[in-house]
Design a protein around this ligand. Structure first.
Ligand code: ATP
Ligand code: MG
Length: 400
């Protein structure tokens, strides 16, 4: 008798070659996620994905798998010899091990081969009876059981499945192409990253840093956030852009109320050029409609105007409260609320324009050498490569 972990996956629309790509990507991501557990094997058999835990305990592996996008459900599968007495004993044990022990259950048995001497109905009845006799207070509920104890007889081996644990859903990271995330030190952009990863995008991050207006610690906070995202995204490259010169020029040459708008237009240009160099096909931001002055439709329109690349805004329809809930769930909240200044707060004008006018922006930008500033910033980028292993080994955000 031993345990396997069964993984359920798949969106309904998956067919043909897409399905194979999806499965291979998922297998690879699961292997990467579990690489710190020696001897764990991830396999595809009978069109399903199993994890053989080897000598490792099952719980931390299940916990790790709940971070892997593309997995819909996870359950422990107990493998026993196809012998009625063994199956009965394993069923009782499995029910008793569920946390919490269910109050109601039903047995759903299947025979893949008909040479097993007991029919499915008989198995349901016999195994169900055994559970009723041995588990205190449990009842059968055929309509809405707390535990559906599934039994599958496959030749010499029989599998019994426990509670289905909900997976993260979505698509395997790496199955939808590459995006460039504008990562600030705030609450929103890490949540936007999480949602982009959930739809299968490979995420690279870009951060605008204005040393010495903003501190090294502000930058470290962003490095830490990118590091936290590797839990879901695997390796993440973080591009840190020197932004001080641009901000200084904007401050001296542009109207106070337009500073943020023009700063954002510069960010977009730099992000687009970086995306082009890294072969990313879209930008991602943490903006949500109407949240602050620069996130009105008029602002977004004027800010978008300088780039041709699509800008994805996964949080567009969310309230701050919804965003905070996700932020807490994914573990970035505590870092996001650390107090270090971000480059926008340092340059916050007294009354930022909420309805910027395109012609005015263009007029003010004539005073800046936009192309040269963009090129200089992109050429000055420092790229930091973050891997999940660094965190597990407690060796935070080393630069290489
Ligand atoms: P966040 O919590 O993500 O910082 P916010 O509500 O504070 O968002 P803004 O500061 O207006 O909103 O920023 C909007 C978006 O612009 C951010 O979500 C992020 O994608 C991008 N952004 C802002 N500042 C920076 C920065 N210094 N570097 C990179 N991206 C940035
Ligand atoms: Mg911010």
């Amino acid at each position: 008798m031993n345990d396997l972990i069964l993984v359920r996956y798949g969106e309904l629309a998956l067919k043909g070659k897409n399905r194979t790509d999806f499965e291979n990507r998922l297998l690879e991501n699961m292997r990467t996620k579990l690489h710190t557990y020696p001897g764990v094997k991830v396999k595809k058999t009978f069109g399903r994905i199993f994890v053989e835990p080897g000598e490792n305990p099952v719980e931390p592996i299940i916990e790790a798998l709940t971070d892997v996008f593309g997995i819909v459900g996870i359950s422990v599968a107990r493998r026993v010899e196809s012998d009625l007495e063994m199956i009965k004993k394993a069923a009782v044990q499995l029910v008793q091990e569920q946390m919490p022990v269910p109050r109601t259950f039903k047995v759903v048995a299947r025979r893949a081969q008909k040479n097993f001497p007991h029919r499915s109905n008989e198995l349901n009845r016999v195994v169900g009876g055994e559970v009723l006799r041995n588990v205190d207070g449990i009842r059968v509920d055929v309509h809405q059981p707390e535990l559906e104890l599934r039994i599958e007889v496959r030749g010499e081996e029989t599998y019994l499945y426990g509670q289905d644990i909900q997976g993260a859903g979505g698509l395997p990271v790496g199955s939808s192409g590459r995006v460039m995330l504008l990562l600030s030190g705030g609450i929103d952009s890490p949540v936007a990253a999480y949602l982009a990863l959930k739809r299968g995008a490979t995420v690279e991050a870009i951060h605008f840093h204005s040393y010495p207006f903003t501190s090294e610690r502000a930058k470290q906070k962003v490095v830490d956030l990118a590091q936290e995202l590797t839990r879901y995204g695997g390796n993440i490259r973080l591009h840190v852009v020197p932004f001080t010169e641009i901000q200084t020029q904007i401050r001296s040459k542009c109207k106070d109320s337009y500073m943020i708008t023009i700063m954002r237009r510069m960010m977009m240009r730099i992000a687009e050029e970086t995306a082009r160099r890294q072969k990313a096909l879209a930008l991602v931001t943490g903006e949500s409609l109407g949240q602050v002055a620069s996130q009105t439709l008029e602002s977004m329109h004027v800010i978008n105007h300088v780039v041709r690349i699509p800008i994805l805004r996964p949080l567009i329809g969310m309230d701050k409260q919804d965003i905070m809930t996700i932020s807490k769930k994914i573990g970035t909240y505590e870092t996001s609320i650390l107090p270090y200044e971000d480059c926008c707060t340092v340059f916050q004008p007294k009354s930022p324009v909420t309805r910027p006018r395109l012609e005015l922006c263009e007029e003010m930008e004539k005073g800046l050498d936009v192309d040269a500033l963009v090129k200089e910033a992109v050429d000055g980028i420092e790229t930091i490569r973050l891997t999940p292993a660094q965190k597990e080994e407690g060796e935070f955000s080393s630069y290489f």
